[in-house]
Design a protein around this ligand. Structure first.
Ligand code: XMP
Length: 509
C-alpha cells in the first residue's frame, strides 16, 4: 500500500485514536506493536510514536531501536514517544513536580515551523503524563511551551524528527488534527487519497484476484459489518458469494423477514434459514448468561455448518471482522481479558478448513459506514443500532421461553419505533428492552394484577467500551410506558435504566 503511515504502539489508551484521526485525513495508516518494527521501514511515508502507560525510566518500559526509523522516514513522537526520544539521546526526563494532566495552552515559540502552520497562539492541547522532559536531547530545538511544560514540543535539528508531549489525537487538543495534517501532508508529503471510493475500487480488485472463480460463504447477521462485507464481495464475485442469514428466534420483532427482504432487494444471493425452534430447544432451562451464549454459539455453528455443506465446493469463509478486533489481537498487551465471552458468537469449527477472507479488517466502524454509503446501501440499514449476537436471549433475564421472547419483542418494538417516530433514534447509540425475572403488583380497572416488569435502556457511546444513559424526554418516556402497559399483555410496570458503563454494562447479562 502506497502512502502508508506506521503508528508504533507503546500501549497507550489513545493509540487507536491517533489512527482514527489520521484516517479522517484520508490517509491510510497501520498500528504495529513497538516490539515489531517492520524490517523495510521505507515502505512507510511517515512514522508516529504513540503514548504509553509506562515511564521511560521504568525497567519494563518499551525501549525499541529508533535508529531503524530516524533519518530514514519523518517521525512524530507523541507523549511517551517524545520522552523516550529525549531520555536516550542525551536529554533528561524526570518525574514532574506538578501533575501535567488535562487542558493547557500552547505558546508557540517557532511559529515559522511547518508543524505549527495554521495553529493559533494559545491553542488548547491535552496533556496526560507524570514524567516531564527537563532537558532536550542532542540537537533538540524547543518549538513550543505551555505555562507548566517548558518542552511541550521540539524537533531534532538536521532531521525530520518532531516530538510533542501533548496528545494531538484527543478532541480536547483543538488544533490536534491540523498538527497531524501539518506533519503528514506538509512535512512527510503523504497524499490524502484514502477515500471510501478508493477503498472500494482497490478491495474489489484484490478480492477478484484472491478468489478468482471460487465460491465464498458468508453469515449475515443483519448488522452493518456483515452487510457491507457482503455487498463488497458481491460486487467483486457476484453469484459466487453465498450468504446465509439464520433466524435464531431471538431477533427483534419481524426483523428476520424484513431484513431478508432487504438483502434480496440488494441482489444478494442469500438463503434465510429459520432455526428458531432449534435455538429455543438448545436454550431450554438455561438461566446462566454465559451458558446461554455458549448454547447459542454452538447451535449457530451447527446450523451454519449444515447449510454451508449444502454448497458444493466452497473454498472461502468471509467474515465482517473490523480493525479494532485485529488490533486487539496483536496489541502490545495481547488480547485484553474479556469480561464476557463476547462478540462474534459465530466462529467455525476447524474441520471445515475454509480459507478466511475479511474485506473490512483494516476499517474502523465509522469507515465501514462510509464504505457502506459509497456502496449505496440503504441509510436506515447503515444507521442501525448495534445488536448483540445472542440477541434477546441476553435481554430476558433467567430462562428463555417462546412466550417471554414474544413479550420482549413487543415491548422492544414499541420502544424502538417510538424512538424513530420522535426523531430520537439517531441520537441514541444503542437501545433495547429487558425483561426482568420479577413480578410486581399493579391495578388495572378494579383488578389487582401481578405481572412482569420491563426495563428500557438507551445509551450514548462511541464504541461500546464506555457508555452513558441517554436523557430521553419525559414526555417520550411517559408515552412509551403507557403504550407498553396498555398493549403488551403480561407487563404492568416499566422502568428506565439510568446506569452508566462502567460500572454497569450496556446489556444486563
Ligand atoms: P456490554 O454489555 O459488555 O456490551 O456493555 C457492549 C456491546 O457489546 C454488545 N454485546 C455483545 N455482542 N455478543 C455480541 O455480539 C455478545 O455476547 C454480546 N454481549 C454484549 C452489546 O450489545 C453492546 O453493543
Amino acid at each position: 500500500m502506497q502512502n502508508n503511515v506506521l503508528i508504533l504502539d507503546f500501549g497507550s489508551q489513545y493509540t487507536q485514536l491517533i489512527a482514527r484521526r489520521v484516517r479522517e485525513l484520508n490517509i491510510y495508516c497501520e498500528i504495529h506493536p513497538y516490539n515489531k518494527i517492520p524490517e523495510d521501514i521505507t515502505q512507510f511515508k511517515a512514522v508516529i510514536l504513540s503514548g504509553s502507560p509506562f515511564s521511560v525510566r521504568g525497567e519494563s518500559a518499551p525501549h525499541p531501536d529508533l535508529s531503524k526509523i530516524r533519518k530514514k522516514v519523518p517521525l512524530l513522537a507523541v507523549c511517551y514517544g517524545a520522552q523516550y526520544l529525549a531520555h536516550f539521546n542525551g536529554g533528561k526526563v524526570e518525574a514532574s513536580e506538578i501533575r501535567e494532566y488535562g487542558r493547557a495552552n500552547l505558546s508557540v515559540i517557532k511559529a515559522e515551523e511547518a508543524l505549527f502552520e495554521n495553529i493559533a497562539e494559545n491553542s488548547q492541547v491535552w496533556m496526560s503524563h507524570s514524567d516531564t522532559i527537563k532537558e532536550l536531547p542532542e540537537n533538540g530545538v524547543r518549538l513550543a511551551s505551555t505555562s507548566d511544560v517548558l518542552n511541550a514540543a521540539y524537533r531534532i535539528e538536521g532531521e525530520e524528527t518532531f516530538a510533542i508531549q501533548f496528545h494531538p489525537e484527543v478532541y480536547h487538543s483543538t488544533d490536534g488534527k491540523q498538527l497531524l495534517e501539518n506533519f503528514l501532508v506538509n512535512i512527510a508529503k503523504v497524499e490524502q487519497e484514502w477515500t471510501p471510493e478508493a477503498f472500494v475500487e482497490m478491495t474489489v480488485t484484490d478480492l477478484q484476484n484472491q478468489i478468482g472463480e471460487d465460491k465464498v460463504v458468508l453469515g449475515l447477521s443483519g448488522g452493518v459489518d456483515s452487510t457491507v462485507a457482503a455487498v463488497l464481495l458481491h460486487r467483486a464475485i457476484g453469484k459466487n458469494l453465498y450468504c446465509i442469514f439464520v433466524n435464531n428466534g431471538l431477533l427483534r420483532k419481524d426483523e428476520f423477514e424484513s431484513v431478508l427482504d432487504q438483502y434480496k432487494h440488494m441482489g444478494l444471493n442469500v438463503k434465510g434459514v429459520d432455526a428458531s425452534a432449534r435455538f429455543l430447544e438448545a436454550l431450554a432451562g438455561i438461566s446462566d448468561p454465559e451458558g446461554k451464549r455458549k448454547a447459542i454459539g454452538k447451535t449457530f455453528i451447527d446450523v451454519f455448518d449444515d447449510e454451508a455443506h449444502r454448497i458444493q465446493d466452497v473454498k472461502y469463509l468471509a467474515q465482517g471482522t473490523i480493525y479494532p478486533d485485529v488490533i486487539e489481537s496483536i496489541s502490545v498487551n495481547g488480547p485484553s481479558a474479556t469480561i464476557k465471552s463476547h462478540h462474534n458468537v459465530g466462529g467455525l469449527p476447524d474441520y471445515m478448513k475454509l480459507k478466511v477472507v475479511e474485506p473490512l479488517r483494516m476499517l474502523f466502524k465509522d469507515e465501514v459506514r462510509r464504505v457502506g454509503a459509497e456502496l449505496e446501501i440503504d441509510k436506515e440499514l447503515l444507521g442501525r443500532h448495534p445488536f448483540p449476537g445472542p440477541g434477546l436471549a441476553i435481554r430476558i433475564l433467567g430462562d428463555i421461553t417462546a412466550e417471554k421472547v414474544r413479550v420482549i419483542q413487543e415491548v422492544d418494538a414499541i420502544f424502538i419505533n417510538g424512538l424513530r417516530e420522535w426523531g430520537l433514534y439517531d441520537k441514541v447509540w444503542q437501545a433495547g428492552a429487558i425483561l426482568l425475572p420479577v413480578n410486581s403488583v399493579g391495578v388495572m380497572g378494579d383488578e389487582r394484577t401481578y405481572e412482569k416488569v420491563v426495563a428500557l435502556r438507551a445509551v450514548e457511546s462511541t464504541d461500546g467500551m464506555t457508555a452513558d444513559w441517554v436523557n430521553l424526554p419525559y414526555d417520550f418516556l411517559q408515552k412509551t410506558s403507557n403504550t407498553i402497559i396498555n398493549r403488551v399483555k403480561g407487563v404492568n410496570r416499566v422502568v428506565y435504566d439510568i446506569s452508566s458503563k462502567p460500572p454497569a454494562t450496556i446489556e444486563w447479562e
